[in-house]
Design a protein. Structure first.
Length: 346
């Protein structure tokens, strides 16, 4: 699950804690040219304020109107002895774009269709638990009972994806993407600032105090220790990228020794093609690293953009990291399935 959806849940929790009524909307199936993937999440507050997106803006206005109408109905019923309508308290399904006319009305491109689950948020304690578990870098599954609105959290497995059978909706929330930078120089600072805008949790390791003193700790978290110890102790997972940027083999090689053996989805190192060849030879000869491990090393680091300045090099590095990250996400979608009753053939 994208970290954007973690932010949506954080907003929903804050609104609910402040006394607002909140509805969650989840994309459970798309076909045609739909703008947002299955699992995308939107939160709608009782006054129409939203967080997140399920369509890139195509159907949000209608969802806001539906949600506000449901809240108004619920308030009206609460003023009487009548029980609130079931639609105001339990999840329901909404489909947009079944016909060409409706797709055109809502602005769905190329006849795209969205199947959504509309979920009044009755109890938000599960959000607190989910956020705590993802902060601890756990993969969490969330199962929603469509008949009652009850939520059950469990452990998810790598590669598990959204599943919906009309009775239960199960979505997966993963830990925030992390980026560990070895080195605290000017380039690292540029990478850190841009990575923060991409919603990475940015960590920096540099045992050289004169360099570390320049870190902006409002943007990054400094990890104290030697690079190999820091990499080993942080237990890199498939949501972790590690980039060595010191240009000092004594430091970069120490980090790479552990990083290339870890589950990190991306490992890169600064340096020319000649530097990289020498580094791989050194790691193979002196540290018995295998060819498969060395093949994981991205170097020279970054996409070939002709970058010259620290900011341009930072763009190239992050572009490659995002490219590798998204390729893995797309592969995960391709390897998984979402069973949806009544979905048309694609």
């Amino acid at each position: 699950m994208d970290s954007l959806d973690i932010r949506v849940l954080s907003d929903a929790l804050a609104w609910r804690t402040a006394g607002h009524a909140v509805t969650l909307v989840t994309v459970v199936q798309t076909w045609g040219s739909a703008p947002r993937p299955p699992g995308a999440l939107l939160a709608v507050r009782d006054d129409g304020l939203v967080s997140g997106s399920v369509s890139g803006g195509c159907v949000e206005d209608d969802l806001i109107a539906r949600t506000k109408a449901a809240f108004t109905s619920l308030v009206a019923h609460s003023a009487t002895t009548a029980a609130p309508p079931q639609s105001a308290t339990v999840p329901s399904e909404i489909v947009y774009g079944v016909s060409k006319e409706e797709a055109a009305r809502f602005g769905l491109p190329c006849g795209g269709t969205l199947r959504l689950v509309h979920e009044p948020l009755q109890e938000a304690g599960w959000i607190t638990e989910l956020l705590a578990r993802t902060t601890a870098h756990q993969l969490v599954s969330r199962s929603l009972n469509m008949a009652t609105g009850a939520v059950v959290l469990g452990a998810a497995t790598r590669g598990q994806d959204i599943a919906y059978d009309g009775q239960t909706l199960t979505t997966v929330f993963g830990p925030k993407w992390r980026l560990l930078l070895i080195g605290a120089g000017q380039l690292s600072q540029a990478v850190a600032q841009m990575a923060g805008m991409l919603d990475f949790e940015v960590l920096v390791c540099d045992p050289r105090e004169d360099y570390a003193a320049t870190l902006d700790l409002s943007v990054v978290q400094r990890l104290i220790g030697m690079p190999d110890d820091v990499v080993r102790d942080m237990l890199p997972d498939p949501h972790t990228a590690i980039v060595a940027l010191t240009h000092d083999p004594k430091l970069d090689d120490m980090a790479l020794l552990e990083a290339l053996k870890s589950e990190a989805f991306y490992v890169g190192a600064l340096g020319s093609g000649r530097t990289q060849a020498a580094r791989k030879q050194r790691l193979a000869e002196h540290f018995d690293m295998t060819e498969a491990e060395l093949d994981r090393l991205h170097g020279p680091v970054g996409l070939r953009l002709g970058a010259k300045t620290p900011a341009e090099i930072a763009v190239s590095i992050l572009a490659e990291i995002v490219q590798v990250k998204n390729a893995g996400v797309v592969a995960g979608f391709a390897d998984s399935s979402c069973a949806v009753p009544g979905a048309p053939a694609v």
